[in-house]
Design a protein around this ligand. Structure first.
Ligand SMILES: Cc1ncc(C[n+]2csc(CCOP(=O)(O)OP(=O)(O)O)c2C)c(N)n1
Length: 637
């Protein structure tokens, strides 16, 4: 730890020098934003934060999220400086295979708390982490640094409101108030002032400071928390590009927009006090230029996270074999899980009753986080809770959960490998007459297109309860898609759900019907109708849409004449597409893809809409018969 402001100032400038060489070599990065935040990051990491580079996942560490992830260059320099990874690795910045991505990734690099890059994500995640610490009565603190232009993102204000509401005095939000954003001044783009008043109005205790004055920064950090029961807001007045006269306050240097000539570089380094790195910073400046990208290549793909798969599933004694609304089984399973695992928390968006969380709320009031009608913040908060060691189940109407917060799902959960379970309620057309805004007919396409997402659509209550338990045991984000429409029980008492394994509910080799969710019972009824006509249909319940059961699909393609898929979803990009991707690339057979045909549905109840679009046993039967007769026509038999 360094508590001498002069030494901190020297060290920050040394880091600026090394960063400038790194960016210039890579011809990439964000010089302006790196330099404006340099003194804040240096002070925090060298004098304030309780972190341990040898134990980056130490549970009691302070958390720092750099929400303005484009300033990764300075973050990397500071993290290397305190020992999270070798200083030599800085030479791999943005090189192929490097752990030092253009924007920081928590999965790739130890010391990075949150993957950032898309703006407006850091504060919600920090709110979740601080909330998690509060739940545990833990002493660690959460810091988040945002840009000022970034505050034009509404997600920040959702999070600011929640932090005030939850009285998170263990949370510190530092605004790097350099006055510039990508193209122009913030006040010219969209006015932020009076910023301090706005933060105060959201319930924050706010201080303003010169963000380049190490003594003032130290004093401020020492005086945390500013007021009991209030989150701490710091407006740090800074200069973009601070320290180099021809870069400072120049909007074009938001990016490292052109390589510096040797003369410019020498001049810049001289202004930053060139003449060596100063104590603690290894190597000569020229060394950075000589480095190869080998280190990053060797370490590509290596993560400091444990396996995503865990041991065997716990038996919670759940035996649910009745017909009805899958949300009831979900609620029963979640409550049983919560009893068995103190990490389990529920997060919702003013949806306690529609998510069937009333029982949970009664049994575990302190473990229910209702963030209000703020879905982007809801996902960020869940990611932060996971970072704090919780196991969050996020419960909301599927249309809002997935549609409103898709980028958060991608970046905060999937890309960050956050152990968060998403429970999309009332999916498909369950909301019927409420109209197309409330239908969730795109959620499978959206979620299954995201790398590393697991997507499950249970067919009955039994499978729902088991899927909840399996999702909890699975390491990584899971999207569980539920309806609210009553469904019959389609599985036997001994059925065991497994992520990624289809269930064959009916044997048959004439045609295969592959369905998920509410359509499985209809596919079974269609198989009965087909049997009346002498056609033996195989019925597969494809409850996991990603990763999909390729073996079951290939076997169906090989052993039957063709495949009919049925889903309560648009025919663009959902189950049918997933099955077709396997069939087309392995054993092509004719297919029919049944679902909603890519139109906004007319007004009508869910039951009426099923009839209207032919998603009935008779409709499925007819599609199968049409497929078979088209084959007969083409073979001339
Ligand atoms: C959601 C999102 N929209 C746009 C961008 C592109 N972008 C990267 S940096 C930036 C300007 C950020 O300005 P500010 O928050 O003031 O940061 P600083 O000036 O400190 O670099 C923009 C628009 C982004 N990364 N994320």
């Amino acid at each position: 730890m360094i508590y001498d402001p002069c030494l901190l100032a020297e060290r920050a400038n040394a880091l600026r020098r090394r960063d400038l060489l790194m960016l210039n070599r890579a011809r990439l990065g964000h010089t302006g934003g790196d330099f404006s935040v340099a003194d804040i990051l240096t002070t925090l990491y060298l004098a304030v934060l309780r972190v341990d580079p040898l134990r980056p996942d130490w549970q009691e560490r302070d958390r720092l999220t750099l929400s303005k992830g484009h300033a990764s260059g300075m973050l990397y320099n500071v993290l290397a400086e305190v020992g999270f990874f070798p200083v030599e690795e800085l030479a791999t910045f943005a090189q192929p295979g490097s752990r030092l991505n253009g924007h920081p990734s928590n999965v790739k690099l130890p010391g990075v708390e949150t993957s950032t890059g898309p703006l407006g994500h850091g504060l919600p995640v920090a709110v979740g982490a601080a909330l998690g610490a509060k739940m545990d009565g833990a002493a660690w603190r959460t810091f988040v640094i945002t840009g000022d232009g970034e505050l034009q993102e509404g997600s920040n204000w959702e999070a600011a409101m929640a932090a005030g509401h939850f009285r998170l005095d263990n949370l510190v939000w530092i605004v790097d108030r350099n006055g510039l954003q990508q193209g122009a001044a913030t006040e010219q783009t969209i006015r932020l002032e009076p910023l301090a008043d706005k933060m105060r109005a959201f319930g924050w205790a706010v201080r303003e400071v010169d963000g380049h004055d190490h003594a003032a920064l130290l004093d401020l950090f020492r005086s945390l928390p500013f007021e009991p029961g209030k989150p701490n807001g710091i407006i740090a007045h800074t200069h973009k590009g601070k320290g180099v006269s021809f870069i400072q306050d120049r909007p074009e240097w938001h990016h490292h927009h052109r390589p510096l000539s040797d003369e410019e570089l020498a001049a810049a380094l001289a202004e930053l006090g060139a003449g060596g790195w100063g104590p603690g910073i290894g190597g000569e400046e020229a060394d950075v230029r000589r480095q190869t990208s080998g280190v990053g290549e060797q370490q590509a793909g290596v993560t400091h996270h444990v396996s995503r798969f865990t041991q065997t599933l716990p038996d919670l004694g759940l035996r649910i074999h009745s017909s009805g609304d899958c949300r009831d089984a979900f609620a029963a399973a979640l409550e049983a899980l919560a009893r068995a695992d103190p990490r389990v928390v529920a997060v919702c968006n003013d949806s306690v009753s529609s998510s069937k969380l009333a029982g949970f709320a009664k049994a575990f009031p302190e473990r229910l986080v209702n963030v209000g009608i703020a879905e982007q913040n809801m996902i960020g908060v869940a990611a932060g809770l996971a970072n704090a060691g919780k196991l969050p189940f996020v419960c909301a109407a599927s249309c809002f959960l997935t549609g409103r917060a898709l980028e958060q799902i991608k970046a905060d959960l999937a890309y960050s490998r956050a152990d968060v379970k998403l429970c999309g309620m009332s999916s498909g057309v369950a909301y019927g007459e409420l109209g197309a805004t409330h239908h969730s007919l795109e959620d499978l396409a959206w979620t299954r297109a995201i790398a590393d997402m697991t997507v499950i659509v249970p067919a009955d209550l039994n499978e729902t309860a088991q899927a909840v338990v399996a999702a909890a045991a699975f390491r990584g984000p899971v999207f569980l898609r539920l309806s609210r429409m009553p469904v019959p029980n389609v599985h036997g008492a001994d059925y065991r759900f497994e992520i990624g394994r289809a269930a064959c509910l009916r044997a048959g080799n004439d045609v295969a019907l592959i369905a998920c969710g509410t359509m499985v019972s209809r596919a079974l009824a269609a198989a009965d109708l087909l049997a009346e006509q002498g056609v033996q249909a195989r019925v597969l319940n494809m409850a996991t849409v990603r990763p999909i059961d390729r073996h079951a699909i290939i076997a169906a393609a090989q052993e039957t004449a063709g495949i009919v898929t049925v889903e309560e979803h648009t025919t663009f990009g959902g189950l049918g597409s997933a099955v077709a991707e396997v069939v087309a690339t392995t054993h092509p057979v004719p297919m029919r893809i049944l679902g909603f045909p890519g139109v906004f549905a007319p007004t009508g109840s869910a039951a009426w809409l099923f009839e209207h679009f032919g998603l009935t046993p008779a409709g499925i039967r007819d599609a199968a018969l049409e497929l078979l007769s088209s084959l007969q026509r083409s073979t001339g038999s």
